[in-house]
Design a protein around this ligand. Structure first.
Ligand code: ZN
Length: 444
């Protein structure tokens, strides 16, 4: 402000400033010093970090395709050539200064896009942001893994791997600056590779780059696009106490959180959409109560805990478990609210703990962590195979028996194996519905 005034009215600097303050509230020119670009499979997100709210206009031009964004009373002190436009529809970004301190940003495009802008209020770790989303017009055909058959002709179990956070949402940040979004993507990609080599398991990635996927969208991609049987969300969060350490596994809760930490982590995880800048209207948070009822009904709540326990048992062999507990914790994680899938959230360690931050960035630890999630998942599939899958076929070859776990019900087991409760009772000489953990049932 002062510098520009001096250019215009040399010698009258003080007077003009006072006049400006007294008569019209002349806006100070804001300097934008940081711009980010995230390429997602179906859109490109450009984010301007604003020192304060900035007014803007957007124009869409064709022939050739261009998007023009005018930033009012703002200057850009950032070299846009540093942005990685690979795989995006952007050919080039140009910046020009116009009258009235307007900065014009032109995106030269190689195809049409549907643009949308959004000014976001500050939310930790961000200040004000202007988000420019360029949605691809033509949708890429999406490969679906649903119903993938194994060589033996039996269906594979589809596992959705969901590295948490991404793009504008870094997740937790460690003392050395490690971003959670980065290490969980590394671990997720290692897990995918391991699962690809595993007969009977078909992995699909919910996020496979540095971009954000809204929480509700993550469940939808897994369930609708891929017909996933299992959903595994991967995190490495922070806690106030830097001593806190150890891995843990969470499932959705039907009666409040099992600990203060579980409640805290769920609250932080559910903030992701706001941090990433997802419009309120898209934060589809369908009623939790209905989902919980469905999950309880379909048995996926119980099965989420079985799966979690199997993973904990494996993780226990490569790292410490948080609080030395091999119990699955529960809280209201939005990303797990999908009744038709067995869903867990794996905390691979605390990024807020210096020692664990170091481990989480090491390829060796990442590999062992991924391996333990794979082994836990496999051991769950072996114990609770879904009918028609390779795991079920293998089990049938071995034995037609099922060992009752705590929390099982006769009708739940009958449903799992697609037999009627009557047949199950008859095959095992049971009269009522009482079954004991540890008891072995013959499956007709
Ligand atoms: Zn997280």
């Amino acid at each position: 402000m002062a510098r520009l005034s001096r250019l215009r009215w040399p010698g009258l600097l003080v007077a003009s400033c006072l006049l400006a303050l007294a008569v019209t509230p002349v806006q100070a020119v804001k300097t934008i010093e940081s711009v980010r670009l995230h390429r997602a499979p179906d859109h490109t997100r450009v984010v301007f970090d604003l020192p304060k709210r900035v007014d803007h206009t957007l124009d869409k031009l064709t022939d050739p395709h261009r998007i023009v964004v005018d930033l009012e009373q703002a200057e850009l002190d950032f070299d846009v050539d540093r942005l990685d436009i690979a795989d995006s529809p952007i050919n080039r970004i140009r910046v020009g200064r116009h009258e009235n301190h307007t900065t014009r940003v032109v995106f030269d495009l190689n195809k049409a896009v549907r643009p949308r802008t959004n000014v976001l209020k500050p939310v930790d770790p961000h200040g004000w942001r202007l988000v420019v989303d360029l949605h691809d017009e033509e949708k890429k055909p999406v490969k679906s893994m649903a119903g993938a058959e194994t060589e033996e002709g039996h269906r594979a179990m589809v596992v959705a791997i969901d590295p948490g956070h991404g793009g504008e949402d870094p997740g937790a940040i460690g003392h050395s600056g490690t971003h959670e979004k980065r290490v969980v993507l590394d671990i997720g990609q290692r897990l995918r590779k391991l699962m690809e080599d595993e007969p009977g398991i078909e992995p699909v990635m919910i996020r496979d780059g540095d971009y954000y996927v809204p929480l509700a969208e993550r469940r939808k991609i897994a369930q609708e696009r891929h017909k996933a049987d299992v959903f595994i969300s991967i995190h490495a969060d922070a806690f106030g106490n830097p001593q806190a350490h150890g891995a843990s596994v969470f499932a959705l809760s039907n009666s409040g959180a099992t600990s203060a930490r579980a409640k805290y982590l769920a609250r932080m995880a559910n903030e992701s959409d706001r941090v990433a800048g997802v419009a309120q209207s898209e934060q589809n948070n369908n009623g939790l109560l209905g989902v919980l009822a469905d999950m309880t009904m379909s048995g996926s709540m119980t099965h989420s805990i079985y799966l979690g326990k199997r993973i904990l048992r494996q993780m226990d062999q490569i790292t410490e478990l948080h609080g030395d507990r091999d119990e699955v914790e529960q809280a209201g994680f939005a990303v797990l609210k999908e009744p038709s899938m067995v869903s867990v959230l794996v905390e691979t360690g605390f990024i807020s703990n210096r020692e664990e931050e170091r481990k989480l960035t090491s390829p060796d630890y990442q590999y062992r962590m991924a391996r333990s999630i794979l082994e836990g998942t496999k051991s769950y599939f072996e114990r609770h195979p879904k009918p028609g899958t390779l795991f079920a076929a293998r089990r049938n070859n071995d034995t037609d028996q099922y060992e009752i776990q705590r929390g099982d019900t006769l009708s739940g087991i009958a449903r799992q194996y697609s037999v009627s409760p009557q047949k199950l009772r008859a095959a095992n000489d049971i009269d009522g519905d009482v079954i004991r953990p540890g008891q072995t049932l013959r499956i007709p």
